[in-house]
Design a protein around this ligand. Structure first.
Ligand SMILES: Nc1nc2c(ncn2[C@@H]2O[C@H](COP(=O)(O)OP(=O)(O)O)[C@@H](O)[C@H]2O)c(=O)[nH]1
Ligand SMILES: [Mg+2]
Length: 361
């Protein structure tokens, strides 16, 4: 899974990226122009606990690929802040983190001169809507031509109808996130990846001076922008980068001073999982303990397929116990004796925190 970190210049994207990836980026390097990328382990205290219990040869966390976008300022004739290369690349991401600048610094002027969170959030939304509208209009021209050729007529007509619905929505300045999609048109979302349909995590990057006022500002922004597909998450990128480099004990002390209860990575991942409808399951054993990411609602057989396609094809049953049950017994044998280790068939809907043992032929 790929998550893109986007936003205006000097909003704190690279600072946040460094905090979550623990990769140091030299401020004088060329990275103002180049994107940075890191594969980050998804932290999960449950997996850590399972490792303490099973003591396997290795522990493998699920991972997320974070991309810190840089150097995408628009110099084209078309209006807007982000260039076409940026928009095209953003489309390939599973979710986007929009870092919004909430700190003042005269040495780094904001492109709109003042600090205004709502304006910046809305600006990106508007730019996404415009980019999608431009796409839809080009697409409709092409489809009209196809229609004259009389090839795959019913398929072309279906798409024209759907593209017109998108067009009307976008012309009303409504992001595509806000409309419903039937199964027969969902493929267009998958193929075209419209930007105003992407799950969006708005990362408000506050100044260290805002620690006390941040909470009420977040609530206010939530009222206006939060939906099923948009989350608002506060950060103090600069101090949190410094904190992330401290020893555990010192870190905990400073975090409580600032009223912070979780790490920036925890906050990002929790929110991304919610927006994308994701959850985790575990596999355990002498060789390896591992966490896996799946979509909510996936069956035991589909989940087995995430581990290996053979497990999908040759699936017989899954032995299942949830982490919360397991942790009271601390042994699979005990769970089995007490009938807590269940046998489930391929249609079983896997729950967050399930420990699975796939039986296959
Ligand atoms: N005072 C303050 N400065 C910050 C904060 N976050 C980032 N900065 C500074 O703003 C500058 C630009 O940050 P950077 O992460 O490179 O922004 P990017 O252009 O969005 O990647 C850097 O000098 C950061 O140290 C913050 O929360 N407070
Ligand atoms: Mg940067």
């Amino acid at each position: 899974m790929q998550i893109g970190i986007i936003g205006f210049p000097y909003s704190g994207k690279t600072t946040l990226f460094q905090t979550i990836s623990q990769i140091h980026i030299d401020p004088n390097s060329t990275t103002r122009k180049d994107s940075n990328q890191a594969i980050v382990k998804v932290p999960d205290y449950r997996l850590d606990e399972l490792t303490n219990i099973f003591n396997p040869k290795r522990t493998v966390n699920a991972t997320i690929d974070f991309v810190d976008f840089a150097g995408f300022q628009n110099t084209e004739q078309r209006g807007g802040i982000f260039n076409t290369q940026f928009l095209t690349k953003a489309k390939t991401m599973d979710a986007l983190v929009h870092v919004v600048r909430g700190f003042e610094d005269d040495a780094m002027p904001h492109i709109f001169e003042t600090i205004n969170l709502k304006r910046d959030i809305q600006h990106l939304e508007d730019e996404f809507v415009l980019a999608d509208l431009a796409f839809v209009e080009t697409r409709l021209e092409k489809l009209e031509k196809d229609l004259m050729k009389q090839k795959n007529k019913s398929e072309v007509e279906l798409e024209i109808e759907e593209m017109n619905r998108w067009k009307e929505t976008l012309e009303n300045n409504t992001p595509l996130r806000e409309i419903e999609f039937d199964d027969n048109v969902r493929k267009f979302i998958k193929n075209y990846q419209p930007l105003s349909h992407k799950p969006l995590l708005v990362a408000l990057n506050f100044s260290e001076d805002d620690v006390n006022s941040a909470k009420s500002i977040v609530s206010e922004i939530e009222v206006q922008f939060k939906t099923d597909k948009i989350d608002i998450v506060p950060f103090f990128a600069k101090i949190e980068l410094e904190l992330s480099q401290l020893e555990e004990e010192e870190k905990a002390m400073f975090m409580s001073d600032y009223g912070l209860t979780s790490s920036p990575l925890d906050r990002l991942i929790q929110s991304a999982y919610r927006l994308l409808g994701l959850q985790s399951f575990f596999t355990v054993g002498e060789d390896e303990n591992r966490s896996w990411t799946i979509r909510k609602g996936m069956t035991a057989q589909e989940s087995a397929g995430v581990i290996h396609t053979d497990f999908y094809n040759k699936f017989i049953r899954a032995e299942v116990v949830n982490y919360t049950t397991f942790i009271q017994e601390l042994s699979l044998t005990k769970c089995k004796e007490k009938g807590l280790l269940r046998l489930e068939g391929k249609e079983y809907i896997v729950q967050d925190g399930d420990i699975l043992n796939i039986r296959h032929s």
